[in-house]
Design a protein around this ligand. Sequence first.
Ligand code: NAD
Ligand code: UDP
Ligand code: UDP
Length: 323
Amino acid sequence: MAERQPIANRYALNRRVLVTGGAGFLGSHLCDRLIERGDEVLCVDNFFTGSRTNVAHLLDHPRFELMRHDVTFPLFVEVDEIYNLACPASPVQYQHDPVQTTKTSVVGSINMLGLAKRLRIPILQASTSEIYGDPDVHPQTETYWGNVNPIGPRSCYDEGKRCAETLFFDYRRQHDMNVKVVRIFNTYGPRMHLNDGRVVSNFILQALRGDDLTIFGKGDQSRSFCYVGDLIEGMMRMMDTPPDVSGPVNIGNEDEFTMLELAEAVIALTGSRSKIAHLALPQDDPRRRCPDTTRARELLDWKATTKLREGLEETIDYFRQFA
Ligand code: NAD
Ligand code: UDP
Ligand code: UDP
């Protein structure tokens, strides 16, 4: 693929980076890191699940700009790179308006790809381990095609993200574009939503408040939890790869825990007297999920290094203000 000078970069001193979904959990951490690195950041968000609070500390920064915009509508701006993170990510939130969720992934990706095509700039898609659905292969490698229900309650997210990946690779083939796709596995850390029903935030708040920790099902289902700092590092390394590297690349932590083990760790770290309560398992809840991150190690020289205990301590500290 020919290396071309991005149009917007020709006269600008700093790299200008567009982060869609930049006021969300992951997006706001990405904005922080880009600003720290010296970039100009254009944060675009419709505040569906994100909030100005997440980027409040950046609002007065001379290299930071916040724009309220829904990516399902066209966007005409001049930037040098795009990180496309816009999309609600937790089951409770993405099922609230499932049609809008699919639109955000599909129409939003088309608009951001159209923008990247016009400007001839790299674009990175925040894809997800949900691409693999309830996997038959364990741990999941990028070559596994997945086991996804196309018509269930999680489909608006899973199939939307799968279609987005299709679009990214078709824009690459059809328009010779520099696209990057990372498949993010469960990530946690400060600025996670308080009430979005995800397991780490639920358990921490429940433990801090002395409420029962709600385990869905027996608690023997597994997840691997990546600390947000590790994830952002992996994403930025992916953006900086040469144009022939598109992925998809799994980004996640390879340490796998059952929900019972997670609950016990949270109770121990908070010193809580909370007990465990078992509730019904939601439909289509994947039994196991753990990334094979060989490709990330080879292509990005990246591996998650934050241990669950360490990351949970940081996250618990953040959540104390809300308990
Ligand atoms: P989040 O909900 O905190 O962030 C998503 C952001 O996108 C929010 O600020 C929201 O307001 C914004 N948004 C939603 N629809 C939009 C639209 N139509 N136009 C503009 N902005 C819109 O979630 P997150 O955890 O930060 O996830 C960020 C991205 O990473 C998502 O694309 C998600 O699918 C992906 N991801 C996250 C995880 C995880 O564990 N956190 C795992 C896999 C993939
Ligand atoms: N688009 C955008 N900003 C741009 C360029 C394009 O939002 O700077 C949108 C545009 O509205 C279009 C979509 O991206 O709907 C896809 O653009 P593309 O050029 O691929 O397709 P076309 O314009 O031919 O439909
Ligand atoms: N879960 C749980 N208790 C909760 C919230 C979630 O046991 O209060 C379980 C959920 O059923 C799933 C796992 O924790 O098996 C991870 O759920 P989450 O919604 O955080 O992420 P995802 O299902 O998207 O991996």
